[in-house]
Design a protein around this ligand. Structure first.
Ligand SMILES: [Zn+2]
Length: 450
């Protein structure tokens, strides 16, 4: 496993992830995926979608709008409670999350509790604090023709047009529950899945892509008959391991389930398991599995005045389904993958960095090269092989820069599974050198066997 600094440096050097708005000096808490990052992220998300949605008869996909009716967030409780404890240093005016600069306190820390810890300002070292204030993390915007001067001249109009960038994808699923039930008549249990962006105005974003202000989520709301929730929870728990370990190849020993004790659970949740992961900087949450009861559907029913019930086709029973929610952050999973497969080792005399990505995640299956760039007959043959392989496998790249050794180093770093080199023997007997990324062993292979 790599250190965080090494992974960040590889990401930048090889075009996986750049600092957001880099050219202007960056934008805190935002990151841009580069060409190789896009490939890896897309593969990861497609594997999830195939595993949890396409391969099942009980799953339905949605792609909801990011800007939703603000009543969504009143019903879900985000308007009132999606807030972090903000504390300001009266000396230097810097603002911090009170629970993050003290030990042993959660988000509900009070001003009295905080002052009693005698925490010093992490910036100026003084101890002169203002009171803790609740800071709502939703990004606010105005929808429609609202002028900046309306804020002061016509605050009512401005207020009426307030909207938020969604802080989670889950509500885009819950608000479509009735649509899916009315158009597809699914048998219960069934799930609705969504992948997409979510936004949180973190007070202090940090830890590379682990705590950013704009992220992507993959969430499922699985609707069950209330008295069956325990069995369904168990099945979904097992499936997360099958996906993380079986499909993505993450090492089981780096994944740890933590049963969240009642006192720390959201008030509506009867059971939550955090799937923790051994990241380079320590153990952090990778994903969560929560039993949310009928909390969300009942809130929506109350706020919208519309029934969120389900009528069992066989028994005629009518009830509000309960929900089990597996929720995973795309960036968190991306970093977990890089951390798991990043390695440094020696090939012969030289040290190298290698990303030992499984074939279903590697940006490229093959890199094709002519041994020498200045021999037209080699280049022509190599191009021909490159075109054929790309037709067959899609994820094939071309590299004729530098010498062979440098090309291998570069392809190892980006996780290309194997390098194919076309030399003078190729012209004679239609064989090529195939060099394996993990073992660095080379073998002669007939072109038709590639
Ligand atoms: Zn200060």
């Amino acid at each position: 496993m790599g250190k965080l600094d090494d992974i960040v440096s590889l990401c930048k050097r090889r075009g996986f992830i750049y600092q957001g708005s880099d050219v202007y000096g960056g934008m805190a808490g935002t990151w841009d995926f580069g060409p190789l990052g896009v490939k890896l992220k897309k593969k990861m998300m497609d594997l999830w979608w195939r595993f949890f949605v396409e391969k099942r008869d009980d799953m339905y996909g949605v792609d909801a709008a990011i800007i939703m009716n603000p009543r969504t967030w009143i019903a879900s409780g985000h308007t009132a409670t999606f807030a972090d404890p903000l504390v300001e240093c009266k000396e230097c005016k810097n603002r911090f999350r009170a629970d993050k600069i003290t030990d042993g306190y959660g988000e509900s820390i009070t001003t009295e509790e905080f002052l009693a810890t005698h925490t010093k300002c992490p910036v100026c070292g003084k101890e002169n604090w203002g009171p803790i204030r609740k800071f709502n993390m939703m990004f606010q915007t105005h929808v429609g023709a609202v002028l900046p001067e309306d804020m002061t001249e016509n605050p009512e109009l401005a207020e009426k047009n307030v909207a938020y960038l969604r802080p989670e994808t889950a509500q885009g699923i819950f608000t479509n529950y009735k649509n899916v039930v009315d158009t597809f008549y699914p048998d219960i249990p069934f799930g609705i899945a969504q992948q997409g962006k979510a936004f949180r105005n973190e007070i202090s974003p940090r830890d590379f892509i682990l705590r950013d202000r704009e992220c992507s989520q993959m969430e499922i709301e699985y609707f069950v008959k209330p008295d069956t929730w325990e069995g369904e929870f168990e099945k979904l728990r097992e499936l997360q391991h099958t996906f993380l370990e079986g499909v993505l190849g993450l090492p089981a020993e780096m994944i740890h389930e933590e049963e969240v004790p009642e006192a720390d659970r959201a008030h509506y949740s009867k059971r939550t398991i955090d799937f923790m992961y051994d990241y380079p900087n320590g153990r952090e949450e990778l994903m969560g599995l929560a039993y949310r009861t009928d909390f969300d559907l009942s809130n929506i029913a109350r706020e919208s005045g519309k029934k969120m019930e389900y009528r069992d086709k066989n028994t005629g029973e009518i009830y509000t389904p309960h929900v089990i929610e597996p929720s995973i952050g795309v960036e968190r999973l991306f970093l977990a993958i890089l951390a798991a497969f990043y390695a440094e080792d020696n090939v012969g005399e030289s040290e190298r960095v290698v990303l030992r990505l499984p074939e279903n995640l590697a940006p490229y299956k093959y890199c094709v090269s002519p041994l020498l760039k200045n021999k037209p007959e080699l280049v022509a043959k190599a191009k021909e092989i490159y075109d054929d392989l790309r037709e067959k496998y899609i994820d094939v790249t071309w590299d004729d820069s530098g010498n062979i050794g440098k090309r291998y180093r570069k392809q190892d770093e980006i996780g290309t599974c194997a390098c194919i080199v076309i030399d003078f023997d190729t012209l004679e007997n239609d064989t090529v050198t195939v060099r394996d990324r993990d073992t660095a062993k080379q073998e002669r292979v007939k072109i038709k066997d590639l």
